[in-house]
Design a protein around this ligand. Structure first.
Ligand SMILES: [Cu+2]
Length: 297
């Protein structure tokens, strides 16, 4: 497929990086693929990887944090025979709903405030207001049944600790690179910047009008209002897919949180050639140079 990306910004270079997509380096949208104002970029690629929830965001040198913060970030879904065959909700916007979670601070006129102080350069910019899909105080009407939520931490720097106000459990079914082998039951999900998770949440034991809140570290930021019957019945699948792996705890990841003193071991196969980047996804760190590149030949 090919995608045409037009840069309609007045005086800024941008790029579009397909975070998680396996493509050649020249289609990857790194800082070396800058699109000048008024110009367009049309990368071509073939999608050949497992079903997953991926996202795109700009990657211009020293300006990624600002452009993502101002709103240039979105999701795209890859589906395959595994996702098609699973008995899980897949009706987009009805029982399969994307939630792009971000935190921002605002100027008095309501525009996004992106001014970096020393603290923001050191720790990344964290805003005090949570947004979901660009909305403040969001709510979603859900039927009495199973919902599939595709979560993206689209923040510049914040680690989210997500749970429901009634402490109900839910099941993670996918991570950055697609389905887990088996659903994992949990009552809290920790999601670092750029990480994704798909979860199944069962709202079938509620009454019409019941409200459940989604919280981050104890503060509620999104309301689910139960209304109506679900059109289908779903059970939590026992197995989702099979993953070729060495360690039983592995999942397909492209982004991970590394706490102080911690080490993460990643195993990758390179099937595409070109120049690729690796970097910190605290965007103010990346813009300040916490980024490198490698070439696959
Ligand atoms: Cu990214």
């Amino acid at each position: 497929m090919s995608v045409q990306v037009e840069n309609n910004l007045e005086d800024e270079i941008t790029t579009i990086h397909w975070h998680g997509l396996e493509v050649d380096g020249d289609a990857d949208g790194g800082p070396h693929s800058g699109i000048q104002p008024g110009e367009s970029w049309t990368p071509e690629f073939t999608i050949d990887q497992p079903a997953a929830t991926l996202w795109y965001h700009p990657h211009p040198e020293k300006n990624t944090g600002r452009q993502v913060y101002k709103g240039l970030a979105g999701l795209f879904f890859i589906e395959d025979e595994v996702s098609d065959s699973l008995g899980i909700p897949k009706d987009y916007g009805v029982n399969d709903v994307p939630l792009i979670i971000q935190d921002k601070q605002f100027n008095e006129n309501g525009s996004f405030q992106y001014e970096l102080g020393m603290h923001d350069v050191m720790n990344g910019l964290q805003g005090g207001t949570m947004l979901v899909n660009g909305a403040v105080d969001p709510y979603l009407e859900v039927p009495k049944g199973m919902m599939r939520l595709r979560l993206l931490n689209g923040s510049n720097a914040s680690v989210y600790e997500l749970h429901f106000s009634n402490n109900q459990t839910f099941y993670q079914i996918a991570s950055d690179g697609g389905f887990l082998e088996n659903p994992i039951e949990m009552d809290e999900l920790i999601l670092g910047p750029a990480e994704r998770a798909e979860i199944l949440v069962d709202f079938s034991n509620f009454k019409d009008g019941d409200t459940i809140q989604l919280s981050n570290k104890g503060s509620e930021f999104m309301k689910f209002v139960v209304n109506g019957e679900s059109e289908s019945n779903y059970a939590i699948p026992e197995q989702l897919t099979t993953i070729e792996k060495i360690d039983p705890d592995e999942a397909r990841k492209d982004t991970f949180i590394v706490y102080p003193g911690e080490k993460v071991r990643a195993i990758a196969t390179f099937n595409h050639s070109g120049v690729f980047m690796y970097h910190c996804h605290i965007l103010e760190h990346e813009d300040a140079g916490m980024m490198g590149q490698f070439k696959v030949e």
